[in-house]
Design a protein around this ligand. Structure first.
Ligand code: PLP
Length: 399
């Protein structure tokens, strides 16, 4: 049973500690981990009623699970979404949100600047099944409008995008989608729900890789889809139930506990990222630094309009192209080389040779990913220690 004291008017920090919790007959403080594949029924009649939906209990962990349900309820509360469904990974969430809506003959429009696997789903996977896709410069509203066809079913974007930190005007694209009779799905990983609320900006569906800031401690994979109840029932529920990318109850428990500290972690990481961005922006080893919290971000006005905070991610073009970037990465002692992000540990990656390696150089250029670009995910270490490590490594670039 859901906490009878849950109140939607509570502050976000409070809801992230309590919302969605229910207690078993043992009255545990911490949420219980129901590590079970299935559930038993008191009678054959009850089993039948569970499968017709007349008895609201659980059946099988591919469909739902009490611990996963607590995580879903807490995530829904975070964005004040009507409904949430958890998935095994962020990519499972992206794939379900898109594939669940389309059939052969339909058309999808997406921003060109996407995480590599998201681009694969849109550009290569969907067309294999007769779903056409058009990639546009997400920053250009006219390009979204021009790409619309009578058979366009959904729009997809990331904002800020991985790894360039380009923004897309979510409210603007939502308007165009609505006029076209299409839906808008937003991958909100980089902004986090703390700093951007796509549903409030007009999106129909928000997806997260919970692997990133939501876990935030490098432990487990997860994904989540947030939307109206109607969207979930129409497009997501059956797809998930029948194809099976379910979140493990164990992972749901880890992620549920992580949500309790999400604001503390992301606010601290973002504060440190702001300090680091300001200190490194004019460093001679840095050709260009892009950070949504700085007034020199190319879309600073849109940042102010659409986001309530910046990000813990910084895009840094290192002087000297790939060689310079590699010298920088290899000279770091505290910041770790890893393709993950949102972690308590500061992590740095070279997208051109890792997350976006499969693209041709000209495709990477069109996405804004240069050979010298590195993506820094600022963690929870003291910013002075991070700055010392980053500045020492940058001095290696010009050697
Ligand atoms: C923006 C974005 N979306 C989706 C994903 C996929 O998430 P997962 O690795 O949990 O499948 C990632 C992972 O790096 C990401 O950065």
């Amino acid at each position: 049973m859901t906490d009878p004291l849950a109140r939607p008017d509570r502050h976000l920090e409070t809801r992230l500690v309590h919302e969605g919790s229910f207690r078993s007959e043992f009255g545990e403080t911490s949420e219980a981990l129901f590590l079970t594949q299935g559930h038993v029924y008191a009678s054959a009649e009850q089993a039948e009623r569970r499968f017709t939906g007349d008895d609201p209990g659980y059946q099988y962990a591919r469909f739902s699970n009490p611990t996963v349900a607590m995580f879903e309820a807490r995530m829904a509360s975070l964005e004040r979404a009507e409904a949430a469904r958890a998935t095994a990974t962020g990519m499972a969430a992206v794939t379900a949100a898109l594939v669940g809506q389309v059939r052969a003959g339909d058309h999808v429009v997406a921003a060109r600047a996407l995480f590599g696997s998201c681009r694969y789903v849109v550009e290569e996977f969907l067309p294999r099944f007769g779903v056409a896709s058009t990639l546009v410069d997400g920053r250009d509203l006219a390009a979204w409008e021009k790409a619309v066809r009578p058979e366009t079913k959904t729009f997809f974007l990331e904002s800020p995008a991985n790894p360039t930190l380009d923004l897309v005007d979510i409210a603007g694209v939502a308007r165009i989608a609505r006029q076209a009779g299409a839906t808008l799905v937003v991958d909100n990983v980089f902004a986090t729900a703390l700093y951007q609320r796509p549903l409030e900006l007009g999106a129909d569906c928000v997806v997260y890789s919970a692997t990133k800031h939501i876990d935030g401690q490098g432990r487990c994979l997860g994904g989540v889809i947030l939307s109206s109840q109607d969207f979930i029932e129409k497009h997501v529920q059956t797809y998930l139930r029948q194809t099976g990318p379910a979140m493990s109850p164990f992972n749901a428990w880890v992620l549920l506990k992580s949500l309790e500290t999400l604001p503390l972690r992301v606010e601290r990481q973002t504060r440190s990222a702001g300090l680091i961005a300001d200190r490194l922006a004019d460093h001679p080893g840095v050709a260009r630094l892009i950070y949504p919290g700085r007034p020199d971000h190319p879309q600073a006005e849109l940042v102010r309009r659409q986001m309530t905070g910046a990000s813990n991610l910084i895009a840094i073009e290192i002087v000297g192209g790939k060689a310079g970037a590699f010298r920088f990465l290899n000279a770091l002692r505290l910041v770790l080389i890893s393709n993950n992000l949102g972690d308590a540990k500061s992590l740095v990656t070279h997208p051109a040779t890792t997350t976006h390696q499969r693209f041709k150089p000209e495709e990477r250029t069109a996405m804004g990913i240069g050979e010298g670009l590195v993506r820094l995910s600022v963690g929870l270490e003291h910013p002075d220690d991070l700055l010392r490590d980053l500045e020492e490594a940058l001095s290696a670039v010009s050697v």
